[in-house]
Design a protein around this ligand. Structure first.
Ligand SMILES: Cc1ncc(COP(=O)(O)O)c(C=O)c1O
Length: 387
């Protein structure tokens, strides 16, 4: 796979490329914001989709057992977790799945815990569902996020019903360790809290880190855990809108599936089903190549910033392709950073403030693009922030 190839995505209704004016008020920006990749997916995915297009019929389609099996085999092979077909429910995306979980498993006014800074929809979903948002912020130690377990323990005791965990963490790229996950799960068990683990970035792990699905750690965790996974980040298939929820507990599963029935949701889009299965069955080699390429891009960012923008601090991501950069030492305000990025650098990055408390003074750069585009982005970052 040639990850260096620059593919023109303009005028394809790509959010990253074509929604710049709507979001930033300008169209001439170098886009390194939305978390998708500027790479083609594995050829097997495109081939499988083409084959179905050539067949030419797009009627009602169910999710066949072989598609479910491809998910089971992927999770077993990549994450050493044997899951049953019956545990799977589907959703057009992980965000809708999180929304379904909040809606089906809690009541209006119930308390839902998040750990900021974290992926923006975590906050929005809680608020839109009229639940009470409880934040137990992550702690920054030696340029890495850690969990304050004493605080988590005391906060969970305060009538929290559901915990939205982001593993690997967006935006910080932490891949939570076994020790951390056991502590989280034990606290949830003790305080009777449902744990929803968003593991959408879990296939994008940089060695020697290792992703562990929290629910795989013990069958004792099954009664209160839901794990959300998808091929969308891994294989760049977000537009196909296919994701899975792994729910070993029949009671939890019944509640989510009841909500799906109420909403009239029964199956995924035909192309989502086909793309997902092809990716899980045939995409592993491509993924291994991708991970090497992403690692090269991350190294480039680290080297460039160390040499050319020494006041900035890069958080080395243990997983994913999002680089979280601390600009606090520049002394610039978030507003100044934003203006400089837009007007001087002409660079679209995500402002850290979008991720809640703790995101102040940070920016998030998506490096899942050809290396030449990463270089261009870094040059623009320098123009923007140089003092
Ligand atoms: C942690 C996390 N969850 C969910 C999503 C999006 O999920 P989906 O597109 O499947 O709704 C993202 C996308 O960036 C993400 O970072």
């Amino acid at each position: 796979m040639n990850f260096n190839e620059q593919i023109d995505r303009k005028d394809t209704s790509s959010v990253k490329w074509d929604a710049l004016r709507n979001v930033y008020g300008k169209h001439d920006l170098h886009p390194m914001w939305v978390a998708d990749m500027d790479f083609r997916p594995p050829a097997a995915v495109t081939e499988a989709l083409k084959e179905r297009i050539e067949h030419g019929l797009f009627g009602y389609t169910f999710i066949p057992d072989h598609a479910a099996l491809s998910i089971q085999e992927w999770v077993s092979k990549r994450h050493k977790w044997k899951i049953e077909k019956e545990w799977l429910l589907y959703s057009p995306g992980v965000v809708p799945a999180l929304g379904m979980a909040i809606s089906a498993l809690t009541n209006p006014g119930d308390r839902v815990l998040v750990q900021s800074p974290v992926y923006t929809p975590f906050f929005n979903l809680v608020k839109e569902n009229k639940r009470e948002l409880v934040n137990c912020p992550l702690v920054l130690i030696d340029n890495q996020y850690k969990i304050d377990f004493d605080k988590l323990d005391s906060t969970l005791q305060q009538d929290v019903k559901l915990f939205l965990l982001c593993n690997p963490h967006n935006p910080g790229g932490r891949v939570w360790t076994k020790e951390e996950l056991v502590k989280i799960a034990e606290l949830c068990k003790e305080h009777d809290v449902i744990l929803i683990s968003d593991e959408i970035h879990s296939d994008l792990i940089h060695k020697p880190n290792e992703h562990i699905p929290v629910a795989s750690l013990s069958e004792e965790y099954h009664p209160f855990t839901i794990t959300c996974i998808a091929p969308s980040k891994t294989f760049n298939l977000a537009g196909l809108q296919a994701s899975s929820m792994i729910i070993p507990d029949p009671e939890l599963r019944k509640k989510i599936s009841q909500l799906q029935k109420q909403q009239g949701f029964f199956t995924l889009n035909i192309f989502g089903i086909i793309g997902m299965e092809a990716a899980y069955r045939h995409g592993e080699e491509w993924l291994e190549e991708l991970l090497i390429y992403l690692k090269g891009n991350i190294q480039l960012v680290k080297d460039y910033i160390r040499e050319s923008l020494p006041k900035l601090k890069v958080m080395d991501p243990e997983g994913g392709y999002l680089v979280w950069i601390d600009c606090n030492e520049t002394g610039l305000s978030d507003q100044e950073i934003k203006e400089r990025l837009l007007n001087k650098g002409k660079l679209a990055l995500e402002p850290g403030t979008k991720y809640g408390l703790g995101g102040e003074g940070f920016i998030r750069m998506n490096i899942a693009c050809p290396r030449s585009m990463v270089k261009e982005g870094l040059n623009r970052l320098k123009i923007a922030l140089e003092q």
